[in-house]
Design a protein around this ligand. Structure first.
Ligand code: NAP
Length: 485
């Protein structure tokens, strides 16, 4: 069992209360994977104070100097890739291949932002008068709070942390209680990389205490949140009276449209990857396939083959291609939705069952589910199911497919499978989503491209990732200089 304390002001500290909690392996609940000091409001306040005290000196460093620390941290994480992937796999449940890819992505994020550190500055704007200069300057905000979910426990904190730090902010990070180890491992890597004390603080504790304190504290200048819509919406309301800068990235109900001209083997493979990969616990996972009625039955059969081909088990074992749900609660939620779908008149044509043979008995396992005869008005088609559950909705022509795809409160990622470039381009124009994929899985993002949703998937104000990530973590000053005298 790995034991962790909170990381505040450059030190590993126990909770003032002395309380701890443990996390079990979702693939085998007989194994206690991690133990944490349970932080609360006191720890959150101490972390904010430390970040505030560290801000003037950190802000006075140059962005290339900060970038060098990001590079050093990236190298440390790369050197520990296998060790970190194993902890991640044991705590969150994804397969060791998926966990290794996530750690690798984290390294790339820090390297990308380290390179970008040489470009963060401002721009020269033409002045109206001769012998005058007009330029802009980017400045950090101060103490920023980051609140993250459990499903990408290292890459997701990293894609907030990298732009926050390189821009000169100091940070308090609150990871999800379900899988906080990776956030603390990031703190360890940055500490070893030479990050000054107080610049990064990580406090583990409940959202209702630690998260709430971060959302309410006047010192916090900006808060970037990723998680469910219900929680994100609530935090947004808390920040509004102080007009604290807020970035909320939330859930999805992502469609993949399959047109009649699509290669159905290819389409089923794409949907299988995007729906069942990472146990479907991905905000951009395909959960609705909107398929032309002429090919819907054939497509559904092929999708069932994809579901059957998933080898469900403990992600540490070779050959396993789908791990467990992260918790008993998530598993129950997934199974409940399958019952709701059946009750509403849809039909779970394959999977969707609790798996408990042999060692699976000790984990939160289910078979990936394919649900047919789904109407867009059903709850299974409208509400986020954060698991390996894919609904098939039949449609007529392209216009109906688009109307169904857009008839939803969310707008995160959306894919289309077609060989018709005209339809593909009409789709990019009309689909209401922040990420649009053509003949590609709805999951999987390029770290150099802006990422974020529309509608209820996002606060719709700032993007994450890519160069645009810097916008949220900086403010721009315009400077007028007259050298005519
Ligand atoms: P969640 O329950 O909303 O929790 C997210 C974070 O918020 C956790 O750190 C949680 O802490 C904290 N929190 C909970 N209540 C809070 C409160 N009242 N005040 C402040 N913080 C609070 O989400 P999750 O179950 O971890 O993650 C799954 C969700 O994340 C899904 O909806 C998924 O779509 C979404 N997601 C979105 C993206 C994206 O980029 N759009 C990416 C990944 C995931 P505790 O863990 O201590 O409760």
């Amino acid at each position: 069992m790995k034991q962790y304390k909170n990381f505040i002001n450059g030190e590993w500290v126990s909770a003032v209360s002395g309380d701890t909690f443990t996390n079990l392996n979702p693939a085998d609940t007989r194994e206690t994977v991690t133990e944490y000091a349970l932080g609360g409001r006191t720890e959150a306040q101490a972390a904010i104070d430390a970040a505030q005290a560290a801000f003037p000196a950190w802000r006075a460093t140059t962005s290339p100097a900060r970038g060098k620390i990001l590079s050093a941290a990236a190298n440390i994480i790369a050197g520990r890739k296998d060790e970190l992937a194993e902890i991640l796999c044991r705590e969150e449940g994804k397969t060791k291949v998926e966990a290794g890819m996530e750690v690798g992505r984290t390294v790339d994020i820090f390297r990308f932002m380290a390179g970008l550190s040489y470009t963060i500055g401002g721009s020269v704007v033409p002045h109206d008068l001769p012998n005058n200069m007009l330029f802009t300057k980017r400045e950090p905000l101060g103490v920023v709070a980051l609140i993250t979910p459990w499903n990408f426990p290292i890459a997701l904190p990293a894609w907030k942390l990298a732009p926050a730090l390189v821009s000169g902010n100091t940070v308090v990070l609150k990871p999800a209680s379900q899988a906080p180890a990776m956030a603390l491992e990031l703190a360890r890597a940055f500490d070893e990389a030479g990050l000054p004390a107080g610049v990064l603080n990580v406090v583990v504790g409940s959202g209702k205490e630690v998260g709430d304190e971060l959302a309410n504290h006047a010192t916090v200048q900006a808060l970037s949140f990723t998680g469910s819509h219900g929680v994100g919406h609530g935090i947004y309301q808390q920040l509004a009276p102080r007009m604290t800068r807020a970035q909320m990235e939330m859930g999805g109900k992502n469609p993949t449209i399959v047109l009649a001209d699509a290669d159905l083997d290819f389409a089923a493979k794409i949907v299988g990857l995007a729906g069942f990969g990472q146990t479907g616990q991905v905000c951009t996972a395909t959960s609705r396939v909107i398929v032309n009625e002429k090919v819907a039955d054939e497509f559904t059969e092929k999708l069932v083959e994809q579901a059957k081909a998933r080898n469900v088990g403990n992600g540490m074992a070779d050959g396993v291609t789908m791990g467990p749900a992260v918790s008993a609660g998530e598993l129950k939620g997934n199974l409940d939705y399958i019952k709701i779908a059946n009750d509403e008149g849809a039909e779970c044509v394959w999977g969707g069952e609790r798996l408990s043979e042999g060692d699976l008995e000790h984990g939160h396992f289910m078979s990936p589910a394919v649900i047919a005869n789904v109407k867009n008005s059903m709850r299974i088609a409208q509400e986020e199911v954060f698991g390996p559950v894919v609904s098939v909705v039949k449609c007529g022509d392209f216009d109906e497919a688009i109307a169904l795809a857009n008839d939803i409160e969310y707008g995160l990622s959306a894919s289309i499978i077609t060989r018709d470039i005209t339809m593909a381009m009409r789709y990019t124009d009309q689909i209401e989503a922040g990420v649009v994929k053509i003949n590609q899985i709805s999951t999987g993002l390029a770290l150099q491209a802006p990422f974020g949703g529309v509608k209820n998937s996002s606060s719709n104000n700032f993007k994450e990732q890519g160069q645009t990530a810097i916008d949220f973590y900086t403010r721009v000053k315009s400077v007028y200089l007259d050298y005519s005298a």
